[in-house]
Design a protein around this ligand. Structure first.
Ligand code: OXD
Ligand code: MN
Length: 601
């Protein structure tokens, strides 16, 4: 584990890929003047550069080499134990007024925050190398694609950005030399990795992100949550598209009919697993392909929604990943992968809770301590991660580079709910679907610091990621609906409902294809459903449950609406809307009243 980032001196031909755009050069000089680095390293994302940075990272204990026979070109990184997840309490949206950031974001006056950050960044890179990373989010020929530059003093960030984005020449080419071109400015410094000096700040009006004091992916890979979601959602509203915390998958029937769906679940609720699903034997001939596992950018074309995945890799939660839960993820992370905060075995392999095979008799845990199965601590941190190129995924969709994106037939919302929310139901129409998204709730996970397992409202899974006022965000969804002549159907799913014995009622993972099939049936107009006050629900025989080892009572329970639970749930919706104040669009208030009437409220 290392927080220090001493300077490195590359050989000739490495670290000198200077961009030509004068606006970028000026900005880099301005940041260098402030942070006073030992030297500037202009990244190009090339193989040679990567090899050099890996060698330096091994020298400086930023990376540990894994068994290269078992895991070719793969490495382990141990973060500072105080720095293992996103920090929502230190994440700010700095808009000119507090109202623009809205009630769900931490807000600070941009001038004050810039001053504070300038103070923290002053001389922060002394004795360190300043890396300048040009990157592109989205396929090369998409109108949605954005260029960003991230300045960082962390080699780990450079190595991860190379996996997670389209980095180097391709970004420089897209930007060109127009000094007025739109591009995102990102500055990151580890400082001394001190939680007291940790701030993740967004300045949407300036298309700028400044992140200090952390080395954790979600806080420092500025392409991801910061640009693709927070700044992205702000730009999307302004420019008439959508930036969402959603996976995108393709599903093809044995007859060759293909649909794409987008599914917005909160962090660590199984987006990666769903996006890489392998159907069970009974669904022979069905095929699921992955477009994206975390973020979707959606635009309207000919009255339909089309989605691209702006990312180039996966930054996924490791614990629980196995050949049983997600074989495609296991194959993806078998090579060219950076692991963060998993355990290391004697033979240089990685291990985590929930991995296939026997539990090792001993290992070194994520903090570098000896570990045995008797240890009280987990061997891998619950939010330990893999960073792996999307091209490692055997189920990668062939259309990931399509600039227009893939046409979306259904949008699925979902969360972790032990009770209340049935396995699946369908909204009556777009506006009702927006209401389902707006009132979504989920039990919190280890992806962010704070209590785990607490039910919180997480509208469209965007609570930590919406870069502007959530009321305006709801209205943006409603407005998009008005522009769609062929809108996707909207659904809600819950894989996590538990029975009285505290066990999950639904097997999940590959079996989720059964729910997906019903969703597709509905999209094609031939799936059966019964009308309920919350939406269209399948009855048990509308779901294909053949060859599934599940108790009939469990299925009934999964599809049941408990009157009292729903009365409580609707009170929760009201409480949430009330907590937001008068920014909730009238249409959603109307939807809530209609729902309440269905439960005698
Ligand atoms: C993520 C998250 O890392 O949502 O994708 O936290
Ligand atoms: Mn996410």
């Amino acid at each position: 584990m290392t927080n220090s980032a001493p300077a490195i001196f590359p050989p000739k031909g490495v670290g000198d890929a200077k961009p030509v755009n004068q606006a970028v050069l000026d900005w880099v000089q301005e940041i260098a003047k402030l942070t006073e680095p030992e030297n500037i390293f202009w990244c190009d994302g090339s193989e040679r550069e990567n090899e050099f940075l890996i060698a330096e990272s091994l020298n400086q204990d930023v990376l540990i080499k894994l068994n290269q026979k078992k895991l070719p070109r793969s490495y382990l990184h141990r973060s500072n134990p105080n720095d293992v997840a996103r920090v929502e309490q230190f994440t700010f949206v700095c808009t000119p007024t507090k109202e623009e950031a809205g009630p769900t974001n931490n807000w600070s006056d941009p001038g004050e925050m810039y001053d504070k950050l300038r103070g923290l960044l002053k001389g922060a890179m002394r004795g360190r190398t300043m890396f300048v990373i040009p990157y592109m989010m989205g396929p090369a020929d998409s109108p949605l694609t954005k260029v960003g530059f991230e300045i960082t003093d962390s080699k780990y960030v450079v190595l991860n950005m190379r996996i997670m984005t389209r980095m180097g020449e391709v970004a420089l080419k897209r930007l060109g030399n127009d000094p007025n071109a739109e591009w995102n400015r990102g500055v990151h410094s580890l400082l001394d990795v001190n939680p007291e000096r940790r701030f993740i700040c967004h300045f949407p009006q300036d298309n700028t992100i400044i992140s200090v004091g952390s080395g954790y992916g979600g806080n420092v890979l500025l392409s991801k949550k910061c640009l693709a979601l927070r700044i992205g959602s702000y730009l999307a509203r302004k420019q008439g598209w959508m930036a969402e915390h959603t996976l995108i998958l393709g599903v093809e029937s044995p007859e060759g009919r293909k649909h794409y769906v987008a599914a917005a679940f909160p962090s660590a609720c199984g987006k990666t697993n769903f996006a890489m699903l392998i159907p069970p034997a009974h669904f022979k001939g069905w095929k699921v392909t992955t477009v994206g596992d975390d973020i979707g950018w959606l635009q309207i074309h000919d009255g339909r929604l089309y989605a691209v995945n702006p990312e180039n890799g996966y930054f996924g939660v490791v614990p629980g990943t196995s050949y049983k839960s997600n074989p495609n993820a296991m194959r993806s992370i078998a090579h060219d992968t950076i692991y963060t905060n998993v355990a290391l075995t004697d033979d240089g392999d990685v291990w985590w809770e929930g991995k296939d095979g026997p539990v090792p008799a001993r290992a070194v845990d994520w903090q570098g301590n000896d570990w045995t199965p008797e240890s009280k601590e987990k061997a891998a941190h619950p939010n330990s991660r893999f960073t792996t190129p999307m091209r490692n995924n055997p189920a990668l969709d062939p259309d990931i580079e399509k600039g227009r994106g893939v046409p979306i037939s259904a949008i699925i919302f979902g969360g972790r709910r032990s009770d209340t929310a049935p396995l699946v139901y369908e909204a009556f129409d777009w506006n009702h679907g927006v209401y389902l998204g707006a009132t979504m709730a989920s039990e919190t996970t280890a992806a962010a610091t704070g209590a785990v397992g607490r039910v919180r409202r997480d509208p469209m899974a965007m609570l930590p990621f919406c870069g502007y006022n959530i009321g305006d965000y709801f209205q943006h969804w409603l407005d998009i609906g008005k522009r769609l002549t062929d809108p996707p159907l909207i659904f809600n799913v819950n894989w996590f409902r538990k029975g009285a014995d505290g066990k999950f009622l639904w097997p999940g993972f590959g079996e989720n294809i059964r729910v997906l099939k019903w969703i597709i049936d509905r999209c094609e107009g031939h799936g059966g459903a019964v009308k309920s006050p919350i939406g269209w629900l399948p009855s048990p025989h509308d779901l294909d449950l053949a060859e599934l080892d599940i108790d009939h009572n469990a299925v009934d329970e999964l599809l049941q609406l408990d009157h009292e639970e729903w009365q409580k749930e609707i009170a929760g919706h009201k409480e949430f809307f009330d907590s937001l104040g008068d920014i909730v669009p009238e249409e959603l208030q109307k939807q809530r009243q209609q729902l309440a009437a269905g439960f005698d409220l």
